[in-house]
Design a protein around this ligand. Sequence first.
Ligand code: NAD
Length: 256
Amino acid sequence: MEEETVSTKELEGRVALVTGASRGIGRAVAQRLARMGATVLVNYNGSLDRAMEVVQEIQEAGGRGEAICCDVSDYGACGRMAEEIIKKYAHVDILVNNAGVTRDNLILRMSEEEYDKVLDTNLKGAFNTIRHLSRYFLKQRGGNIINISSVSGVTGNAGQANYSASKAGLIGLTKSVARELAGKGVRVNAVAPGFIETEMTQALPEKAREAAVASIPAGRMGTVEDVARLVAFLAGKGADYITGQVICVDGGMTCA
Ligand code: NAD
């Protein structure tokens, strides 16, 4: 983890749910929001051990956090997670929809299962959490939703029809819910990372990684901190008048 001082505790008293936070971008986001003072609920679906590592890192840095298990693609489970959070904390302020999967394949080879798995997790997962938490945001007259999309959802990407569709869908979801809830004090934005160094991208063949890096004007892959800094900004006061936006953090990949 890159050690960086966060000078303000502007999220003190806030409760943040970060989905898929036991590794990668979600982990960096969880740690950064905790350093800003938020109590962070580290959602995981697979490994409790890894989620607990993140919680421990948060606590060792003087922050507050807790692991919370839920498969975001399960509508009912997301409802139960929302109730559990409200029962314990009475409010929830920030939702970062970060959980995501890939099942890359060319369209002629892509199975129905590969398509459904990606859409169910990346797009329906975000619908599920937003659907269940929004009623609390409305009651509180405040909330902040940040959806982790992707440049693949902005430009499309060969071999990723399912993933790109899910990430483009997230952009539509972001803009629509932003319009619905802006008058009620709820902001909704999307962050579209480019090519970021995580376990997700480590799984790519070396040739594909080299080609991807060659397409980045900045000449390097992004780090999880590059993304976490933007999410933290959107979660904070400085972004009070920003809603319905899609912000790329991609080293210039999507420059027109
Ligand atoms: P990652 O694979 O390291 O992390 C994804 C996390 O989501 C994992 O912890 C995983 O367990 C969790 N997850 C998967 N399915 C889940 C489910 N059903 N319920 C709860 N959690 C679930 O990937 P990452 O690179 O850190 O990506 C994080 C997000 O950023 C994803 O949405 C990804 O699509 C997006 N993104 C990543 C990149 C990149 O280059 N790494 C680029 C653009 C967008």
